[in-house]
Design a protein around this ligand. Structure first.
Ligand code: GLY
Length: 345
């Protein structure tokens, strides 16, 4: 078992463990909940609900099952959880537990942030992607038709409990999606090596990613400064994800976004072709091709909630382990995307 303390304004532990063993003890230590709404999806429920419930015998559990997939990261799902808690007379002492991937964690987290102005939230991520990213750091929310994550709140969980056995049973595509997000950490930290991505090293890999995320989030909980580097590859990645109608996974799109960012960084900093190819080492074997026009990508980037007026921050890479936040105007980004990315699309 490993524990990482996330030192945000309301500090909490991330526990990395095989199985849900002793989850009840950890929940009891951080929450006075009697009732827990276990928000999960139709795929995860039959796989892990019973095992989780066995460890939470001392609490009254209320499963709330929503559909699976990005389209359920919606205001409707959020209201379903809120209504459910209200109908079952959940009090401010009670809690919401998110059992699932990023969609479940984000929508359940947002419900926990809003119901009675905030009740305890426990994150139990079941995918690699949610274990290393969305279950830590308190970004919660839902998508609007105008864009991804447009309605939400920063709301830290009271506990994140990662059962690594859930992750080891994921299908190849889910693992690849989580690995795509993991590559982001490799480029940010410089201390993650190729062998860390091997299946036999997965638990240590999760630990390294969560440790790095926790360090960054503890310095900048509300994403005003250094936390932005966690968006490496995401501005272009999100654009591709939306344009694909979510048929491409988040991690697949992040990888394409990072590849594009290395091309942009090479142009911006003037790297040699050799250095650029060396930097792309972590991306070998991934499909980095973007099958959308520069114009479509630009339109999506312009709608990005992280833009500030005419300005947009992109995370560039001076090298592996050396991310830098660079602010571009809309016209600069247009020019650079056409000049650099246009060639490879
Ligand atoms: N996923 C990026 C962040 O939590 O800031």
């Amino acid at each position: 078992m490993k524990t990482i303390r996330v030192k945000t304004s309301r500090p909490y532990d991330v526990i990395i463990k095989e199985r849900f063993k002793e989850l009840g003890k950890y929940v009891g230590a951080i929450s006075s909940a009697k009732k827990i709404a276990v928000v999960t999806d139709e795929n995860v429920y039959p796989l892990y609900y019973d095992e989780l419930a066995d460890e939470l015998g001392g609490f009254s559990l209320y499963p709330v099952i929503i559909g699976s997939g990005e389209k359920y990261k919606s205001v409707d799902s959020f209201l379903k959880i809120i209504d459910f808690c209200a109908e079952n007379e959940f009090s401010r002492e009670d809690a919401i537990l998110a059992l699932g991937g990023g969609v479940i964690g984000d929508v359940a987290g947002f419900a926990a942030a809003c119901y009675l102005r905030g009740i305890d939230l426990i994150q139990c991520p079941t995918t690699l992607l949610s274990a290393i990213d969305s279950s830590v750091g308190g970004k919660t929310g839902v998508d609007l038709k105008q864009g991804k994550n447009m309605l939400g709140a920063f709301y830290q969980p009271s506990l994140t409990f990662i059962n690594t056995l859930c992750i080891n049973t994921l299908n190849k595509r889910e693992i690849a999606s989580g690995t795509g997000e993991g590559i982001k950490y490799a480029y940010i930290s410089g201390n993650i090596k190729k062998e860390d991505f091997l299946p036999e090293n997965r638990d240590d890999f999760i630990f390294k990613c969560v440790e790095l995320k926790s360090e960054i989030v503890s310095k900048d909980e509300r994403d005003f400064g250094v936390r932005k580097i966690l968006n490496l590859g995401h501005t272009i990645g999100h654009a591709v994800e939306v344009l694909s109608g979510y048929s491409l996974s988040h991690g697949e799109c992040v990888v394409k976004g990072i590849n594009a960012i290395i091309d942009l960084s090479a142009d911006f900093y003037g790297f040699s072709e050799e250095k650029k190819q060396k930097m792309k080492e972590f991306l070998r074997g991934f499909d980095c091709k973007i099958n959308f026009s520069v114009e479509d990508i630009l339109n999506q980037i312009k709608a990005d909630k992280k833009r500030r007026g005419d300005k947009i921050d992109l995370i560039l890479l001076k090298d592996v382990g050396k991310p830098e936040i660079v602010t571009f105007s809309e016209s600069e980004i247009t020019e650079r995307l056409y000049a650099v990315i246009g060639k490879s699309i």
